[in-house]
Design a protein. Structure first.
Length: 400
């Protein structure tokens, strides 16, 4: 065995030690989030000290509502509630949902954020949620500081659709900010849908229960949300979106067997609905059932190839663990082309390992550098820097 090959084997072994055995980042705490009390607005704010010339930002917090509408490209409302997300300086936070007519009225900074199954950046499910304090000093105070909204925008979040962004303008709002209409444009490709057609077929009582469940989730009342969803599927057993949301709630509380049954019910109700397939793929990845992960992720990508980018990540990691390096590389590259917010930096480490195995040291160096740019302070960054030096040496030797 030549010295170059021995060093290559050592590099690959070192890279593998830096990779997790599962595809996800460390999981959050288990169980359903407990209900918390909503922060209250101070009754007697402290006035700024005379002569400072600057108001006290901790006492300028206000109760502010945003209201507006979301429509599809043809001007009709989405057939099911859509998440409204606030984007400030590159960070985003889900604020609430529309109703069945596409309208919303939401108090800013009060939403409990329960990730959608398409946002599985945490534990492979959709996390345990968090409450936003808008990032301002005095996070225990109610309301928001209008200064924190300067330059912020709203957008709608619906897998398979691209949203327009509308600017939040606080001036002259008097407690309620009326937003411009947000438009959703469907992304092309795929034989399936990201909005179940059964939602439009559901009777009024079932749809109202579904909407109440969405509101309960935004208020951190997951038990009440589950009860409303149970009502919805009892009223209309083929309510695929309600079954999928039940799956998400059970998945967040680590009831994976029940979540799997919920997703299967959603698929039985609407086989072209992509969301429950992705939910099952996430569960399979968490359980390191790599063959099912590949099968389910590929089904998601056939139905809605641009709606769930992380399906490519899970398929890539599963293929890697199955030893199918060409498939792994193809899927990871596809994921990285869609992951514009770098939600999964670990993807470049997997890709770097694949390229090192293929003796493509220049490519492996590029991926290691990319990872350190995305996650310079990650716990494994010192070991990655050491491996980068060795890869650079191998690349230099290969060029000679």
């Amino acid at each position: 065995m030549t010295s170059s090959i021995r060093i290559t084997v050592a590099i690959i072994s070192g890279f593998l030690l830096c990779l997790p055995t599962a595809a996800q980042r460390p999981a959050g705490s288990g169980g359903s989030p407990s209900s918390g009390t909503r922060p209250s607005t101070p009754s007697t704010p402290t006035l700024p000290q005379p002569g400072t010339g600057f108001p006290n930002t901790q006492t300028e917090r206000q109760i502010l509502y945003i209201s507006g509408s979301v429509v599809l490209q043809d001007g009709t409302p989405p057939p099911e509630p859509v998440a409204i997300e606030k984007v400030c300086g590159g960070s985003s936070h889900k604020e609430g949902y529309t109703d069945s007519k596409g309208h919303y009225q939401i108090q800013l900074g009060q939403n409990f954020e329960l990730q959608d199954v398409s946002e599985s950046g945490g534990s492979g499910g959709f996390g345990t949620g968090s409450r936003s304090g808008m990032g301002a000093p005095g996070g225990g105070l109610g309301g928001v500081n209008p200064r924190d909204l300067i330059g912020c925008e709203l957008r709608a979040m619906l897998p398979g659709f691209q949203s327009s962004n509308v600017m939040i303008r606080v001036e002259g709002s008097f407690g309620e900010i009326r937003m411009d209409t947000i438009t959703l444009q469907r992304l092309g490709g795929g034989s399936g849908t990201t909005i179940s057609l059964t939602t439009m077929q559901a009777p009024s009582n079932a749809r109202k229960a579904y909407e109440r469940a969405q509101k309960d989730i935004s208020k951190e009342n997951l038990k009440d949300a589950e009860k409303e969803l149970d009502k919805a599927v009892q009223e209309f057993p083929k309510f695929a979106a309600a079954w999928a949301l039940l799956g998400m709630i059970h998945q967040s509380s680590k009831q994976l067997d029940q979540a799997g049954k919920d997703y299967e019910q959603a698929i039985a109700s609407d086989p072209q609905y992509a969301k429950p397939y992705f939910g099952l793929a996430v569960i399979a990845a968490n359980q390191q059932n790599w063959k099912d992960t590949v099968r389910l992720s590929e089904q998601v990508n056939r139905l809605a190839p641009l709606a769930y980018p992380e399906a490519y990540f899970f398929s890539g990691v599963a293929s890697f663990n199955l030893g199918n390096m060409d498939d792994a590389e193809r899927n990871l590259r596809r994921f990285l082309s869609l992951d514009t917010e770098h939600r999964r930096p670990m993807a470049v480490l997997y890709l770097g390992d694949i390229l090192a195995r293929k003796q493509d040291f220049a490519g492996a160096v590029e991926q290691a550098r990319a990872y350190l740019t995305m996650a310079p302070n990650a716990p494994n960054s010192p070991s990655i820097r050491e491996k980068l030096k060795q890869l650079e040496q191998l690349n230099s030797t290969q060029k000679q």
